[in-house]
Unconditional design. Structure first.
Length: 306
C-alpha cells in the first residue's frame, strides 16, 4: 500500500523549477459561487502551458463516495475512467514568465498532512507569494462594480481592494487553512473573496472571473490578456439586464440592492486615488490611454523643452 501523499514520479522536473516563483491556488471545494474557482482554473490551464511537476495521491485524499469519478459506458463496456486529480504544475503567463499552479480537488482527508506538504513545497521552491480567490454570495447588484474582502499579508492590496472587513466564524476550507499557516509563518500570501450577486451565484459569472484575474495579476505581476473575457462580461450583463427588464419583481429587487449598495459605498471614508467616480478600478488599458493623453498634451504645451 502506498502511503505517500504525492508521487515521486516527477523528481527530475521538480529539480528544474526556478526558485522564487508565485504560487496560484485553484482548489475546487463543495461550493463555488459564480464558478470563480473553476473558471479561473480552466482559464489558467488553457492559457499557461502547464507542465505537471507533482501529483498528489488521490486514494489518500479523496472521498470517492462524496465526489464520485466519472466513467463512460460504451454500448457493452466501460471506458474513460476519470478520477479526480490534484497536482502542482509549472506554468507561464502570456509574456512567458513562469509561475506555479496548485489545482484540482480540495482534499477530503489528511488536511494537516497535505498542508505540511504544501508548506514544504513553498519552502523548497522559495515561493515569492501565494495567491488564491473564491466568491461569497452577497445581496449586491450586478449593475455595480464587484468588490471583495482581501485577506493575508499584503497590506497594500487590502487597503486598495478590500471594502468589507467582517469578523465572523465560517466553515473552513483547506485553502483557508493554507493561508492561515502561511500567515503564521510570515510567508507572503493574499486571498480575494469576491462578493458576487446572490442571484447569480449559481451561474458561471464572467465578471467574477475577470475580477479574480485582475486581482491575481495585481498580486503577482503576471500578465494575461482579458479582451475576450471582457466581451463575455458585456454579453452576460446584457442578457441579465434583459431578463430583469422583463420581470417587475426582479426590477424592484435590483433597485433595492442598488440603493443599499450605494448607501454603503457612500459611507466608506477611504477611497483609492485610482478608483473612478463610479467606484470602478481602471484597467491597465485605461491607465495606459490616460498616460498617452497626458504625454500628448505635455508635448503640445512644449513643456518638455523647458
Amino acid at each position: 500500500m502506498n502511503d505517500s501523499i504525492f508521487s515521486a514520479e516527477y523528481a527530475e522536473r521538480r529539480a528544474l523549477v526556478p526558485k522564487g516563483l508565485p504560487l496560484i491556488v485553484t482548489l475546487s471545494g463543495i461550493s463555488d459561487p459564480g464558478g470563480v474557482v473553476s473558471q479561473l482554473d480552466t482559464f489558467l490551464w488553457d492559457r499557461s502551458e502547464p507542465e505537471e511537476i507533482l501529483r498528489f495521491n488521490t486514494d489518500l485524499l479523496l472521498d470517492y463516495r462524496a465526489r464520485r469519478p466519472l466513467i463512460t459506458f460504451d454500448e457493452d463496456h466501460f471506458v474513460d475512467y476519470s478520477p479526480e486529480e490534484l497536482s502542482l504544475s509549472l506554468c507561464h503567463d502570456q509574456l512567458g514568465r513562469p509561475f506555479l499552479l496548485l489545482s484540482g480537488f480540495e482534499p477530503d482527508f489528511r488536511w494537516e498532512q497535505f498542508i505540511d506538504t504544501v508548506l514544504g513545497l513553498v519552502a523548497e521552491f522559495e515561493v515569492s507569494t501565494t495567491v488564491w480567490s473564491h466568491a461569497v454570495p452577497m445581496p449586491v447588484p450586478h449593475t455595480r462594480p464587484l468588490r471583495a474582502t482581501v485577506s493575508g499579508t499584503r497590506d497594500d492590496l487590502i487597503e486598495e481592494r478590500s471594502v468589507w472587513k467582517p469578523t465572523t466564524k465560517l466553515p473552513a476550507s483547506v485553502t483557508h487553512l493554507l493561508e492561515y499557516r502561511l500567515h503564521s509563518l510570515g510567508e507572503e500570501v493574499v486571498g480575494f473573496a469576491i462578493l458576487v450577486p446572490h442571484y447569480l451565484a449559481g451561474n458561471e459569472y464572467p465578471d467574477a472571473l475577470l475580477f479574480a484575474l485582475e486581482s491575481v495579476m495585481a498580486a503577482t505581476g503576471l500578465i494575461f490578456t482579458t479582451d475576450e473575457l471582457r466581451e463575455q462580461t458585456r454579453e452576460f450583463r446584457a442578457q441579465v439586464d434583459r431578463q430583469v427588464a422583463e420581470n417587475e419583481e426582479s426590477g424592484e429587487m435590483l433597485r433595492g440592492l442598488e440603493a443599499r449598495y450605494d448607501a454603503y459605498m457612500d459611507d466608506q471614508n477611504t477611497k483609492s486615488p485610482l478608483v473612478a467616480e463610479d467606484g470602478s478600478i481602471p484597467t491597465a488599458e485605461q491607465l495606459a490611454s490616460e498616460l498617452e493623453k497626458f504625454l500628448a498634451q505635455y508635448r503640445e504645451d512644449g513643456s518638455a523643452g523647458e
